[in-house]
Design a protein around this ligand. Structure first.
Ligand code: HEM
Length: 425
C-alpha cells in the first residue's frame, strides 16, 4: 500500500500512539492515526512514556490555526519540540523559534528582508544552474537513489550560498544537518534521543554532538565576516544590531546560525522527495505538468500540502484555556499537527487526493498566520518550483525501483531512501 491510497481502513482510537517513532516509518499509518483523531477526538490527550507526562494533540485545521496565532496563550518559549527541556537548558538553547514577543520580532527582523520573495528571487539563476548540474549528473545514471543523488544536497547548497559558506565546506553542512534532525533515527544520529547517552548532551540543540561542530564552524565564519560589509546572512547577523537595542550574544548567534542550517535543509529535501514520489504514483498529474509547465507554480502549493515535511511543532499553555471544546490547563503541552491539518476534510475537498490544480489550497505546511510562520517559505517555494521546472521536461518516464524508506521520527515526515529508474525525454 502506498501513501497515495485513497481508501484507508479506519484505525480505532486506542490504536493511536503519536509518541512511538516506529509508527512513522510506515508511509500509511500516520495518516490513518490523524484521520481517526480528527474524526473522534480532535484535541486528544496523548500520554507519553514518562510517568505523568503527555500532550494535547491538536489535529484539526481550525484549532491548529487558532493556537498558532495566539502566542500569548500558547507560547513557544517553553520549547517547540516534544522533548522536555529544563529552565537552565532552555536559556542555553533558545533560538528565534523558541522566543516570543518583542525580542522575537527583533531577531526575526534581522534577516526578514533576506527572505522576501523578491530577495530570494535573486538566487533563481544560481538555483537553475545548480539544479541543471545536479539533475544531469543523477539522470545520466539511469537508476539511482533519488534522495541521495538529487534531493539531499540541493537545499543545503542554496543555504550555504546564502550564509556565504565556501563550496568545499557544503558537504560538512549536509552531514551536520542530517545528524541533528535525525536524532530519533539510528541511521543518522550519533546519539539517539531518549537514550542515556543523550543526557550528556542536554545543553545542545537536538541533544546532538553535531551541534558543537556547527557552532564552531559558524563562529569561524562570523569572525571572518565581522566588520567586512558582506551581504550574506552571517554578515548581516554579526554586523547589524537587533532593533530592540539588545545586542546579539554569541549564544544568540550560535543558535540562530544552527537554526538556519537545520530549518531549511531536511524540510525542503523531504518536500522534494515526497513530491517526486507523488508524481511517480500519479502519472496523470505528472503528465499535466509536463504538458503545461505554467501549472507548476500553482502545483507547488499542492506539493507542499501533500508532502507536509514537518509533522508538528509544540506550544505550551500559559494559562487555563479551552481549545476545540477541551479544557487545557496552564503548563500543559499543546502539539500542533500541521500534517494532519493538511488532510482536514472540512477544509480540503478529497484531502487524500493529490491534485496539482487544487485551489484554494490553504495548507499549514509553513504554519499559518502566527509570528513563527516559516521564515524560509518563499525560498522553499522557489526551490521546489525550479527543481520541478527543470526535472519534468527531462523525463519521459520515472518509476520506483524500491519502496521508500521513511525517517523514524514523529517530527519530520521524511523519506531517507527512494530508488528510482528514469527514461529520459
Ligand atoms: C518545505 C520546507 C520547509 C518547511 C516544511 C518548513 C516548516 C516550518 C514551520 C512549520 C515553521 C513554524 C514553526 C513553529 O510554528 O513553531 C518554520 C519556521 C521556520 N523556518 Fe521553515 N520550513 C521549510 C523551509 C525553510 C527554509 C528553506 C528556511 C531557510 C532558512 C526555513 C527557516 C525557518 C525559520 C528560521 C523558522 C523560525 C521562524 C520563527 O520562529 O519566527 N524554513 N518552518
Amino acid at each position: 500500500m502506498t501513501l497515495t491510497s485513497p481508501a484507508r481502513k479506519p484505525l480505532p482510537l486506542d490504536a493511536v500512539d503519536l509518541t512511538d517513532h516506529d509508527n512513522f516509518t510506515d508511509g500509511e499509518l500516520p495518516w490513518r492515526m490523524f484521520d481517526t483523531l480528527r474524526r473522534e477526538d480532535p484535541v486528544h490527550w496523548q500520554p507519553e512514556p514518562a510517568p505523568g507526562s503527555g500532550f494535547w494533540a491538536v489535529t484539526r485545521h481550525a484549532d491548529i490555526v487558532r493556537a498558532g496565532r495566539d502566542p500569548e496563550t500558547f507560547t513557544s518559549t517553553e520549547f517547540t519540540n516534544l522533548e522536555e527541556v529544563d529552565a537552565e537548558h532552555r536559556e542555553i538553547r533558545r533560538s528565534l523559534l523558541e522566543t516570543d514577543g518583542p525580542r522575537h520580532r527583533a531577531l526575526r527582523r534581522l534577516l526578514q528582508q533576506r527572505f522576501t520573495p523578491r530577495a530570494v528571487a535573486t538566487y533563481e539563476v544560481f538555483l537553475r544552474g545548480l539544479t541543471a548540474r545536479t539533475l544531469d549528473a543523477a539522470l545520466a545514471k539511469g537508476s539511482f537513489d533519488f534522495v541521495r543523488e538529487i534531493a539531499a544536497d540541493f537545499p543545503i547548497n542554496v543555504l550555504a550560498r546564502m550564509l556565504g559558506v565556501p563550496e568545499h565546506d557544503t558537504r560538512r553542512l549536509i552531514d551536520w544537518g542530517s545528524r541533528l534532525i535525525g536524532n530519533t533515527d539510528p541511521d543518522y544520529a550519533d546519539v539517539l534521543l531518549g537514550t542515556e547517552a543523550s543526557e550528556r548532551y542536554r545543553d545542545l540543540p537536538f541533544r546532538s554532538p553535531a551541534a558543537l561542530e556547527v557552532f564552531a564552524y559558524g563562529r569561524e565564519l562570523a569572525a571572518r565576516r565581522k566588520g567586512a560589509g558582506g551581504g550574506d546572512l552571517v554578515s548581516r547577523l554579526v554586523n547589524q544590531p537587533p532593533s530592540d537595542g539588545v545586542p546579539l550574544s554569541s549564544r544568540d548567534f550560535d543558535n540562530y546560525f544552527l537554526l538556519l542550517v537545520v530549518a531549511g535543509n531536511e524540510t525542503t529535501r523531504h518536500a522534494i522527495t515526497h513530491t517526486v514520489l507523488a508524481l511517480i504514483d500519479h502519472p496523470d498529474q505528472r503528465e499535466r505538468l509536463r504538458r503545461n509547465p505554467s501549472l507548476i507554480p500553482g502545483a507547488v502549493e499542492e506539493f507542499l500540502r501533500w508532502s507536509s515535511p514537518v509533522h508538528h511543532f509544540r506550544r505550551t499553555a500559559t494559562r487555563d484555556t479551552e481549545l476545540g471544546g477541551r479544557r487545557i490547563s496552564r503548563g500543559e503541552k499543546v502539539v500542533l499537527w500541521f500534517s494532519s491539518g493538511n488532510r482536514d476534510e472540512t477544509v480540503f475537498d478529497a484531502p487524500h487526493r493529490f491534485d496539482v490544480t487544487r485551489t484554494p489550497n490553504d495548507h499549514l505546511t509553513f504554519g499559518k498566520g502566527g509570528p513563527h510562520f516559516c521564515l524560509g517559505s518563499s525560498l522553499a517555494r522557489l526551490e521546489l518550483r525550479v527543481l520541478f521546472e527543470e526535472l519534468l521536461p527531462r523525463l519521459s518516464d520515472i518509476r520506483r525501483t524500491s519502496e521508500p524508506r521513511y525517517v523514524r521520527s514523529n517530527f519530520v515526515n521524511g523519506v531517507k531512501e527512494l530508488g528510482v529508474e528514469v527514461t529520459l525525454a
